[in-house]
Design a protein around this ligand. Structure first.
Ligand code: HEM
Length: 336
């Protein structure tokens, strides 16, 4: 099988440590972004806007690096899984910040972050020279089927939810009207627990599948599917922790437009909130991209030609990026 290409005799790829080392820089890129844009009310020069945009692009390139290394490099299963974990760095950093706040940690987030990544890299590199990728396990069919079936429930919510966030382009009032209407359904006493269970099942079954697939190297499309699934698993757990535990239970605040956009400081000028920019943007992008990747597999299995299915995938992923940018632009104040 072409996928399992790692072998001890061929050695370890020099890029093996690139993803975790890039992840270590993530909080410092966000600090640099904040230094360039300043606190709310600061007049930002054109050069600072350009610099901040480049810095944010570098932060978003870290997940891309994780995908490329997981796809191209000869790695042990542990190092490949670490590369996949790097894809989720933006959501892991939000998750870490919320957990730190919940436990009242006095240690700054970047310190904890660096220590965790360095420990993970050391742990994953143990035995790097003798570990060999086992072949991907066959017979995951039932898990794949169950993952696809619960995706239908999850999808209904996600499509509504992202449509709701797109309404932010019309202003907070338009967003609130749609959210209030949606809440009568998804917050209903019978519906909400089913929805939460479906999301948790999606995360658990997705991570189980990703664990098996990530033991070996794959083509780009499957790598993207695994990577987007790993991102989403962390995103969903972190997001539900923020909504249900941190906001609604710990702070006792409504999970509305102001909560989502980090009001009053907003997403851009606040040193903590800036981490929500890549987290939300990639949450939307990978959320939709993962659905499109799954759809491509289903369509191909039902007779669609590979070229047509791949074209559909490309268009879907491009569309996901456009929708992600539109939602974030609305959350940052763009109105149409
Ligand atoms: C721009 C991106 C996103 C933002 C700003 C956002 C924000 C929010 C907010 C404010 C809530 C609370 C809703 C309420 O109180 O009625 C919420 C709930 C939730 N979101 Fe998101 N979300 C985003 C993307 C996503 C994505 C991509 C997913 C899943 C793939 C997701 C899954 C959920 C779930 C499961 C809940 C809990 C629903 C419930 O209350 O029962 N979100 N989100």
């Amino acid at each position: 099988m072409k996928a399992a290409t790692y072998s001890a005799s061929r050695g370890v790829d020099p890029f093996v440590f690139a993803p975790p080392l890039a992840a270590v820089t993530y909080p410092f890129l966000l600090m640099l972004f904040h230094a360039l844009v300043g606190a709310p009310g600061t007049a930002v020069s054109g050069a600072a806007v350009l610099g901040a945009t480049l810095v944010l692009a570098c932060a978003c390139a870290i997940p891309a690096l994780g995908i490329v290394v997981a796809w191209r490099s000869r790695l042990t299963p542990a190092m490949r899984r670490l590369a996949y974990a790097t894809v989720a760095a933006p959501s892991l950093y939000v998750f870490l910040g919320v957990v730190q706040a919940l436990v009242g940690s006095p240690i700054p987030d970047p310190w904890v972050w660096c220590a965790l990544w360095l420990a993970a890299a050391l742990w994953a590199s143990r035995g790097a020279s003798q570990d060999a990728a086992p072949p991907a396990r066959p017979g995951l069919g039932r898990w794949r089927l169950a993952h696809g079936a619960s995706a239908v429930i999850v999808c209904l919510y996600v499509l509504f939810h992202l449509g709701n966030h797109l309404m932010g382009l019309g202003g907070p009032e338009a967003h609130a009207v749609v959210m209030e209407t949606g809440r009568t359904v998804y917050r209903a006493r019978i519906v909400e627990p089913i929805l939460v269970l479906a999301f948790l099942f999606q995360v658990g079954s997705g991570l189980y599948l990703a664990w098996h697939w990530s033991a070996a190297r794959h083509g780009f499309l499957r790598t993207f599917q695994i990577a987007s699934g790993v991102f989403l698993s962390i995103f969903i757990v972190g997001h539900m922790n923020s909504v249900f535990i941190y906001a609604r239970t710990y702070l006792g605040i409504p999970t509305d437009w102001d909560f989502a956009t980090g009001a009053p400081a907003g997403l851009i000028h606040d040193p903590w909130n800036v981490r929500l920019l890549p987290h939300y943007a990639l949450g939307v992008f990978f959320g939709l991209g993962h659905l499109v990747a799954g759809l491509r597999v289903v369509l191909e299995a039902h007779g669609m030609g590979r070229r047509a299915a791949n074209r559909l995938w490309g268009a879907g992923v491009a569309g996901s990026a456009v929708i992600a940018v539109a939602i974030i632009a609305g959350m940052c104040g763009l109105r149409i």
